[in-house]
Every structure is written in structure tokens, then in C-alpha cells.
Design a binder for this molecule. Sequence first.
Ligand code: KMH
Ligand code: ZN
Length: 312
Amino acid sequence: MPKPVIITCAPTGGIHNPTMSPHLPTTPEEIAEASIEAVEAGAAIVHLHARNPETGQPDPRPELFHDFMSRIAQSCDAVMNVSTGGGLGMTREERLRAAVATSPEMASLNVGSLNFGIFPMAEKYSQWKHEWEPAFLEMTRDFIFRNTFADIEYVVKELWQGHGTRFEFECYDLGHLYNLAWLIDQGWLEPPFFVQMVFGVLGGVGADLDNLQHMHTIANKLFGASYEWSVLAAGRHQMSFATQAAMLGGNLRVGMEDSLYLGPRELTPSNAHQVAKVRSIIESLGHTVATPEQARERLGLKGAARVTLRRS
Ligand code: KMH
Ligand code: ZN
């Protein structure tokens, strides 16, 4: 029997802007509600970013995270995964603030630097809800998403060694798998490792199924039985890559951080719609979805009781 599929949902992220979808959650209430609905639909893990409740801009303030994380914890037992990617352009310290303050079971860790071009999206819009949006996209024409070895070491030492937080290792290209192998060789980390393979970011590996197969083959060689793998693909590739990952025995991520769509030219009304859709695909393939408890056990997480929650 294949292992139950761990679905991660990333409800808001720091890439898409309010102009692009009226359904993008931005306030703590909306992020909490979107996460809870996604868990009810079948997600075991929620990957969390915060936004300024007035402007929708990515925002590193820990009090925002405390707010929605407390609400989520009151309603469900989801694994909460705090992003350390933050919003493009945040400092290293800003990116870590929320995870240090909340001591989560999981945090993202981007294991390599890359160009991260979201500027082509600007061409689709002529009117904007907020002034910051076009400049934010355009800035990425000349932007490197910085994740140097020193940055990575800093995150590992703060979160894994300091808080027992495990990572969603975000790998946007083949070389990032080797960066992770190097980190493991340093003896700083312990298995199991949760590798999130990211396809279709402009600057990372393209959304081509041959790339998925190859990254999976190389990850198997590098990490053997010590890892769980998951796949996300940006935009229109989201569902096909999620399906392919499930067929190959992997796990997957959906959510409006990665795609605002449910189908071709159809904005998703909610994150839960994407989760429900991918769940029905998984189940029609004869697979099952993992509960948060099953995800905790397989990923070696410290448990929800050791997360710091404070309602602001
Ligand atoms: N928002 C981007 C900087 C992460 O959460 O760690 C990519 C990202 C990765 O969101
Ligand atoms: Zn993220």
C-alpha cells in the first residue's frame, strides 16, 4: 500500500498581490479561516506567511503570526509551518522573526540563492488595488532571493538547534539538493528530512516532468530512506505536478501562494477548493491523504504542544 499523501497548503505566501485575486487571504482572520478550511478539506500542514492587514503587503511582524496561529490551533490540529522565505526583499533577521517568536513544529528553509522573477506578472494588470504592488513585482527584475550558506547555517542554528523546529527544505533547482546534502554532511541536522521540490519559478528549474523525475532520482541517491519528498509547481502547473508527485509515491503542496487558479482561467474561490480538488484526484488514484498526526510521526515533529502561541 502506498503511504498516505501529506498535503501541505500554503494559503497566501508573499508572491501574489491583492489585485490578482479578490480571494487572496490577507488579514489574520482570513489567513486563519483559509487554513482551517484547507485542513478540513484534507491538508495536514499549513505553510504560513503574514500580510499587512490594511495593504496586503508581506509583513514579518510576529504578532500577526501569533494572531492567526492561535486561531488555527483553537480549531484544528494542523501542523503549522512558518515561512522563513518571508516576502521578497526582507532582511535575514526579518525573515526569521516570526519563527523564533512562535517556535513552530516546522519552518521553511530555502537551501540556495536564485533569481526570483515575478515581474512578468505585472504585464497582465493595468489597475492596481495598492500602490506598492507594481513596484514590488518590478523590483524582482534585479533581485536575487538570497539564501547563502551563511544564511542557511544561521537558520539551522536558530531554529533546529534552538527550538527543535524541523524544516521544509525548499529546493528550486537540482543544485539545491546538493546544498542540502552538504548541510547534512556537516552533522547539523537529523533525519527525517522533508524536501519540497519547487518547479516553475522564473529563476529556478522549469516545470517539465523530466525535471521532476530527475530531481526525484537524485534525491533518492542523496538521501535514501532518510527523507520524505513533496512537490509544488507554480501557476498553471500546480495540479499536474501534484498529481504526478502522488503517482510516484510523493507528497504535494497546493495553495494560493503557488497558484491563484483552480482550473484553466478559473480563479480558485478558496484554498480549500484546491485542497479538495487534489484530494479527489489522489483518492481516485487509489491513494489516501495523511492526517496531521500521521504527518507529525513521519516527519519526526516535536508536537503542537511545544509551539508558542500568544493571542495579540
Ligand atoms: N515567498 C518567496 C520568497 C518560503 O516560504 O520559504 C518564496 C517562499 C519560500 O515563500
Ligand atoms: Zn512560502
